[in-house]
Design a binder for this molecule. Structure first.
Ligand SMILES: [Zn+2]
Length: 379
């Protein structure tokens, strides 16, 4: 995705200096990490920060995990490298410093493709793609170290970047292809233990969690990814293989009960149907609250850090805490009509605990162990 949103209020833009010759393509990163700032997303994004009078620096754009954002035309000599010859003879982008490996890989792949396209446009070879720090070593830039500290955080260097730009110029596609993306509604049952992938898209390959045999997940989307593999996206935003060896798909969601949880970092997770997992597995995030709804009438309570057993709640009421950073440790659920309800928790250091039923305790008390996910089955 490439978007043009020129910083017309920026002082450098208004001055309107002209590029003489494009001799080098400069790779920058803003060096503000651990502060995470995207190009145009978020309240305090780079576009907002730079598109105003009083700001004299400018790059040709920013690249983040969502795409390429062009802040100035290539004919403009942007003040990005702190040297008159450099600014008049180089095009430069800032690569946003994001947090996770999955995010970094998207920034990297977007940037590799874009720099490869620019090399072709200006008839340059990949060795003309240099980091700000390298441009300083060559004598035409201010003394900054970017983007090496950002790249090093993920085991990469400018040398790797140039190698990938070269591969991209030779036809390798760094944006994997996704085909037949479809909205679906159903459940997958996990048949054997697998890894789950990151939160952002079918293209990501970074592993962030796990799914274990016996879990059921509500799924909302499917697609065929690059190598012809079927993938599912769960309601909770995980990407799971669709290979029949690992998962079984059913085209139905049982909504006799539905439930959701509130989870560290992610907040309120989407509502899922009877039998499906809510929460995360393998990400070390605590559950903080659970809300269950549907029929028949249910009563439930949770055991929380600091508070111990909290008050009984009824259909649709939240049990637990929000915004206090307290881990949920155990749960009890009763069904008022005499039928069976069973439930289990995924616990830190334990994994999935045994199924409890009809008011029994699932989870631990007095051990200080966080619950990370819940699965509830109304029979
Ligand atoms: Zn720089």
């Amino acid at each position: 995705m490439e978007k043009t949103i020129y910083c017309t209020k920026n002082d450098c833009y208004k001055r309107g200096g002209k590029i003489r010759n494009v001799e080098y393509l400069i790779v920058h990163s803003p060096a503000v990490y651990p502060t995470v700032i995207r190009a145009v997303d978020g309240a305090n994004n780079w576009y907002k920060r730079w598109n105003k009078s009083g700001v004299e620096k400018l790059a040709h754009g920013f690249i983040d995990d969502t795409g390429i954002y062009n802040f100035a035309p290539y004919t403009l000599a942007c003040w990005h490298i702190g040297d008159s010859w450099g600014n008049a003879n180089c095009i430069g982008y800032e690569l946003c410093e994001l947090d996770t490996k999955a995010e970094f890989e998207k920034v990297w792949n977007n940037a590799v493709n874009h720099y490869a396209a620019l090399c072709k446009k200006y008839g340059l070879t990949a060795d003309k793609v240099v980091g700000h720090c390298e441009a300083h070593d060559k004598g035409f830039a201010s003394n900054h170290s970017d983007p090496e500290p950002y790249f090093q955080r993920f085991g990469k260097s400018m040398k790797d970047f140039r190698a990938d730009v070269k591969s991209a110029m030779n036809g390798k596609d760094y944006n994997k292809k996704v085909k037949n993306k479809k909205t679906i509604s159903g459940i997958i049952e996990i048949l054997s233990n697998i890894n789950t992938r990151s939160f952002y898209s079918f293209e990501d390959s970074a592993v962030i969690g796990a799914a274990y045999a016996g879990e059921k997940h509500q799924v909302v989307e499917s697609a065929i990814v690059d190598s012809g593999t079927l993938m599912y996206r769960t309601a909770n935003g995980r990407y799971v293989t669709g290979a029949k060896k690992y998962v079984k798909f059913r085209d139905e969601i049982n909504k006799r009960i539905t439930y959701s949880s509130h989870c560290q970092t992610y907040g309120n997770l989407p509502v899922v149907g009877n039998g499906c997992v809510s929460g995360t597995v393998g990400e070390a995030k605590r559950l903080e609250a659970v809300t269950i709804d549907g029929s028949p009438d249910l009563e439930y309570r949770v055991h929380c850090q600091t508070y111990g057993w909290m008050n009984w709640k009824k259909n649709g009421q939240m049990a637990g805490t929000v915004g206090e950073g307290k881990r949920l440790e155990a749960v009890q659920i009763k069904r008022k009509d005499g039928g069976t309800i069973k439930y289990r928790l995924h616990i830190k250091g334990v994994g999935w605990g045994p199924w409890a039923k009809n008011g029994e305790t699932a989870g631990t008390t007095g051990e200080g162990k966080r619950a990370e996910a819940i699965q509830i089955v109304l029979e």
